[in-house]
Design a protein around this ligand. Structure first.
Ligand SMILES: *Cc1c(COP(=O)(O)O)cnc(C)c1O
Length: 230
């Protein structure tokens, strides 16, 4: 089933790229494997997937030893400062930086490991009270502030759009995130680039790709519905 799901998701990304006149090579599919057992990740790995997304540091720490070392682990969920240590030498990128205290703590932990951690700034485009992320109008100042931290590198923006059965409703949020990234990119802030836009999930990734996503985070569409009761 994972094989067929992956083929379908990849086909839909390709079609969205074609509609938008984008190079499919510029869109990375991050397979969101949270709550799913290692066997399912291995199945996706066998189909060529190397980018996996998890929203809990403990889950990366637990799955990491049983899976091949050429996997890139994306930390996509809200991160508590005391859990950074679980993933600092395992994650290839942290998509969810939304406070200077968190940015500073990642920087400190990265320095201990003598590495530079690529990070994305999470922006709450729809200004939902229930969501993490900084407000769009605060993004530039926030990025300027954390750009002085030498063991993290801001590489773009991320958003989690509202849950909806109508993906078109999220187009405006994706379009605005793209605009924001172009505006901030034009400021040429030292140690900052806007190479990545992490946006789009199972329900809306095609719209996100049409609006310029470079990374889509797809879970349910690949691994099936998640069961939180077990
Ligand atoms: C769970 C999750 C996803 C994937 O959600 P699906 O709707 O299952 O594709 C993407 N991004 C984040 C931050 C998530 O927590």
């Amino acid at each position: 089933m994972i094989k067929e799901n992956l083929q379908e998701v990849e086909q839909r990304i390709l079609a969205a790229c074609q509609r938008a006149g984008r190079d499919p090579g510029c869109v990375t599919l991050v397979a969101v494997s949270k709550t799913k057992p290692v066997e399912m990740l291995q199945e996706a790995y066998a189909e060529g997937i190397r980018e996996f997304g998890e929203n809990k540091p403990q889950e990366i720490r637990e799955k990491y030893p049983s899976l091949p070392k050429d996997i890139h682990w994306h930390m996509i969920g809200h991160l508590q400062r005391n859990k950074i240590k679980y993933i600092i030498d395992k994650a290839c990128m942290i998509h969810s930086v939304d406070s200077s205290r968190l940015a500073q703590a990642i920087d400190e932990e990265a320095r201990k490991h003598n590495l530079v951690m690529p990070v994305l700034v999470e922006v709450n485009m729809a200004k939902e009270e229930s969501k993490f992320g900084i407000m769009p109008e605060e993004a530039e100042d926030f990025i300027r502030e954390i750009s002085s931290l030498s063991n993290i590198r801001v590489e773009g923006l991320m958003t989690i759009a509202p849950f909806t059965d109508h993906p078109e409703e999220n187009r405006v949020h994706f379009r605005n995130l793209k605009k924001l990234s172009v505006d901030i990119g034009a400021k040429n802030i030292d140690n900052v680039n806007m190479r990545h836009l992490s946006m789009g999930m199972t329900g809306d990734f095609e719209v996100a790709v049409e609006e310029g996503a470079t990374m889509v985070r797809v879970g349910t569409g690949i691994f099936g519905a998640r069961d939180y009761t077990v």
